[in-house]
Design a protein around this ligand. Structure first.
Ligand code: NAP
Length: 459
């Protein structure tokens, strides 16, 4: 394997900040051996020992919040105050599994009269974790914290555009006292990942990313009968019914669609409006879109930084242009912002027809899609007319009605009167269905994915 280079590039300036050598197959095999050796000891440590280390890691996160947040902003362009929030959320995930891990994994009696049968939750070995750049610390921690607490070893293959975040993550765990090999980075391109599943010391894999990457790793894992969890793309519906609080719905849609420059799996990508309130919503939404300030992500008055890379920007522009050629109407934005950096105007498209790019594909950028429907029934049909099934929102002041609609949406999560992204919490399960993947992160579900649920029966 020829070694190549991984670049850390600031998308706001286009400047290469640091370069890393991609690791050779032999280096990666050695890291996997080390992880497996570390697992043999780590699995025997007590919950108290693991808890102490996770708590120390959480404290380091809080201490280094500005330094780590700057890395996020510099490598993928999120506005700085939101990067700080991600680091604090990361600390809370570490604390959460430190505090609850033992209780989630305690022996659980199962249904026989004498109560002498129980489930024992046991670590399985080294987990390969493939992660995206859009929340470079949170995405890691939501699987790393529960798995380290469960006694597994963890190998991180982070996205190639955030190598400094990957390096900083490993350092936090090392400084917290985690034994060498329990958490390790590998620097390699995504195209080489599938081959690692052949290594018998990799026991399972988790991937957060696009549906094609998920399908690829699941096929490789299937060949060797290894379990996977997949958190993939989405094109979440955001339904506004005629009895919604329109101001609340408009505010939620702005946050839901434009936070993180629209690069969130659970962004409110398809805004579905019942016709009687459509005009009022659209006028108010356009007015608030026009207020969004795009620019230097370190400037606290800025709402939206650049997209994560020039390549990401080009992909979104291409999707927008193709959609317009296919008949979509451009109501606002649609172009890159001239000058240095991968900046894009907040964009609004309407008149989107079935079978076109905007209708069928996930657009991972600041592009809101408007759909107008006759009533609740049409709204649900449209919401489900997608290969994706990650999140979704329903706005109605009638809670019973909103729940009825939520139950008809084919997705893993639905929020009522809020965008899915702001309702994200570590004590609530997270995950999708259909081509958005399978398995669950967060809460008890997240720590039970990669343990052997062993039945022990005493007779
Ligand atoms: P991506 O291209 O799939 O990359 C994600 C990760 O997978 C990166 O580490 C990448 O490595 C690796 N990868 C790429 N191709 C692979 C392959 N064939 N086999 C194994 N690994 C491979 O995704 P992205 O475009 O950077 O990220 C955005 C996508 O992630 C969107 O679809 C978004 O909705 C989804 N996402 C989902 C969730 C969720 O929780 N459901 C959360 C965040 C993001 P390289 O960087 O080296 O290519």
């Amino acid at each position: 394997m020829k070694e190549s280079t991984i670049h850390s590039i600031n998308p706001a300036t286009g400047k290469i900040e640091k370069t890393f050598n991609e690791m050779s197959d032999a280096q990666i095999a050695q890291i996997i051996d080390q992880a497996d050796a570390a697992f043999q000891t780590w699995k025997k440590t007590s919950f108290i020992q693991r808890k102490t280390i996770l708590k120390r890691a959480a404290a380091i996160f809080v201490e280094r919040k500005e330094e780590l947040a700057k890395l996020i902003t510099m490598e993928m362009g999120r506005v700085f105050n939101q990067s700080v929030s991600e680091i604090l959320f990361g600390a809370s995930i570490l604390n959460y599994y430190a505090d609850h891990g033992e209780e989630f994994l305690k022996d659980t009696p199962v249904g026989v009269a004498n109560n002498k049968t129980f489930i024992s939750y046991e670590p399985i070995g080294t987990l390969l974790s493939v992660q995206p750049w859009n929340f470079p610390f949170y995405q890691i921690l939501r699987t790393a914290a529960p798995n380290i607490m469960a006694g597994n070893a963890y190998i991180l293959k982070h996205a190639s555009n955030v190598p400094q975040c990957a390096e900083a993550m490993e350092k936090v765990f090392r400084d917290a006292g985690l034994p060498q090999g329990v958490f390790t980075n590998i620097f390699m391109k995504g195209s080489r990942v599938d081959a690692l599943l052949a290594n018998p010391k990799i026991k399972a894999a988790t991937l957060t990313g696009s549906s094609p990457a998920g399908s690829s790793i699941a096929q490789a894992a299937g060949k060797y009968l290894k379990k996977t969890t997949l958190e993939l793309g989405g094109s979440d519906p955001y339904i506004v019914l005629e009895d919604a609080d329109i101001d609340k719905a408009v505010k939620g849609a702005i946050i839901g669609r434009f936070s993180n420059a629209g690069q969130i799996c659970i962004s409110s990508k398809r805004i579905i409006l019942v016709e009687s309130i459509a005009n009022e919503f659209i006028e108010k939404f356009k007015a608030q879109m026009a207020e969004l300030k795009v620019g230097n992500p370190l400037d606290p008055t800025v709402a939206m930084g650049p997209l994560s890379s020039e390549k990401a920007l080009q992909k979104v522009l291409e999707q927008v242009n193709q959609s317009i050629e296919q008949g979509a109407q451009l109501l606002m934005g649609g172009k890159r912002i001239n000058g240095v950096g991968a900046f894009m105007e907040p964009t609004l498209l309407s008149n989107i027809q079935p079978g076109t790019v905007a209708y069928t594909e996930e657009i991972f950028g600041p592009v809101a899609l408007l759909f107008i429907v006759k009533d609740e029934t049409e709204a649900v049909q449209l919401a489900n007319d997608t290969e994706f099934g990650l999140g979704g929102s329903v706005y109605s002041e009638n809670e019973e009605r909103a729940v009825r609609v939520a139950k008809q949406i084919e997705s893993g999560m639905v929020c009522i009167n809020a965008p899915t992204s702001i309702a994200l919490a570590i004590d609530i399960p997270f995950g999708g269905t259909k081509n958005s993947g399978y398995g669950r992160d967060h809460q008890l579900a997240g720590i039970r994915e990669f343990v052997n649920e062993k039945t022990i029966r005493i007779l």
